[in-house]
Design a binder for this molecule. Sequence first.
Ligand SMILES: *[C@@H]1O[C@H](CO)[C@@H](O)[C@H](O)[C@H]1NC(C)=O
Ligand SMILES: *[C@@H]1O[C@H](CO)[C@@H](O)[C@H](O)[C@H]1NC(C)=O
Ligand SMILES: *[C@@H]1O[C@H](CO)[C@@H](O)[C@H](O)[C@H]1NC(C)=O
Length: 461
Amino acid sequence: MELKISLLSVLLFVFVSVCLSTDPKDICPPRNLIEPCYCEKFCVYCHVSLKCRELLNQEVLTDVVRKSNDYQYGTFELRDSSVQYIPSSIFSIQKIESLYIFTSSLVSWFDKAPQVDYDLDVLHLNEVRMTRRVQFDLFSGIKSLKRLSIMHTTVRRLDENFINNIPKNLKQLVVYNCSLSKLDDNILKLFTQLESVEIDTGKIREVKRILLSDVSSVIRTRTLSCIADLLSVKAGVLGGLRSGPGSNRTWNKAFTLLLNGDVTKGLQELLKERSNWLSRPDHLMRAARHYERAAQIFIQNSVKTVKEYMVLTPASLPDIGAYITAECPARIDLLGGWSDTPPICYELGGSVVNVAILVDGKKPIGARACRTKEPSITLKIGLGEINQVILIKDMKDILNYDQPNAQGALLKAALICTEVINISYGETLQEQLLSKFEGGFEIQSWSNLPQGCGRIILICT
Ligand SMILES: *[C@@H]1O[C@H](CO)[C@@H](O)[C@H](O)[C@H]1NC(C)=O
Ligand SMILES: *[C@@H]1O[C@H](CO)[C@@H](O)[C@H](O)[C@H]1NC(C)=O
Ligand SMILES: *[C@@H]1O[C@H](CO)[C@@H](O)[C@H](O)[C@H]1NC(C)=O
């Protein structure tokens, strides 16, 4: 007997916990409650959908929504119908995450602007005839929306009304065959989270190039990489090797514009040059390499923004010959190594978990610097038996700072980055060093870790 009771209570417990764990969005209301609409659940892990077809009367729709006030749906879908509006309570009460409208007529999207303080997944309109002009202000109460797609529906304009009312965390935007005739140049500037944009050009021919100038650098970089991939696929095996130099001078104009941040003109120039390279497989492959290079320029420009995080403060000059030394521990990487390097860190925000360690009780990595009378810079790489000594006597000696194979490239880049040397300034190196520092520098850096162990570590003293 006792056993039976305890078994029963176990079953009861299981039953109750199963009930409790059911999401309200997984339960369909009784059929008759929502007729002529119906509730559907196809897949195992997705929420239920309320679907209505061929409704010709607003009251019927309002009634179905009102009657299911005790229920919640993942999705609401309206098809082949003609009603006045979608009741906005479908967001506040049923808390739908997705709204789909197909081949229907409406007077207006909603009866009033819905207040939505949770994450909406998608609003999708396909072939919707709207009596009133599209009112983006009805979206003003929506805090968060991932995807918006409007197709075969007259929208006419994406303007301030769109910018001001559509949530800025939008990730995907599709506007296709919507008779667009007005599109503000900076329409997407504030939508910094956009990952995919598809806007049918319609009557507007320049749209994509204008848009790109305002889209986040991540999208641009990816777009260019995708074009490079496409070109190489078109080139096929006859195109030759995919990797190789992308340095034909005919592309220089585009690259220079991009390097200088003139994105719109740079992309136009890129497009213009591309048209000369489409007729033969080997040319297509070369175009692909140059597109890859253009993508790298965006990454390069992003890397340069590191200066925003550096604070330089004026300080008095130390005595000539007095060394200033900085040392740091080694780090061992537990998780996420390389995810903190471009382009991954820009696209996905890489994170690394590491531990700082001493090696044989000492900090193994360090650098030291002192001022010298001579207005030149001596770089010494390594400690004890010095491996390399690089003398910078002239501005041209430092200009290879961006060639990773060049001797001392990293230290040279650090000198430029920390504004010790300004390579775009008219003065000679000696004049610059004398006027700013009354002399030159000797800089030495070392790492007592085995060769090839870990990444380059940059220390600026
Ligand atoms: C554009 O949408 C209209 C309906 O608004 C449709 O009749 C037409 O076929 C669509 N055109 C294209 C190219 O999809
Ligand atoms: C650059 O491209 C042009 C046009 O295809 C070609 O004639 C020229 O030889 C190329 N230059 C180099 C250095 O490859
Ligand atoms: C370098 O010199 C150029 C030309 O005088 C100037 O425009 C630029 O601001 C300088 N850069 C720095 C970092 O001081």
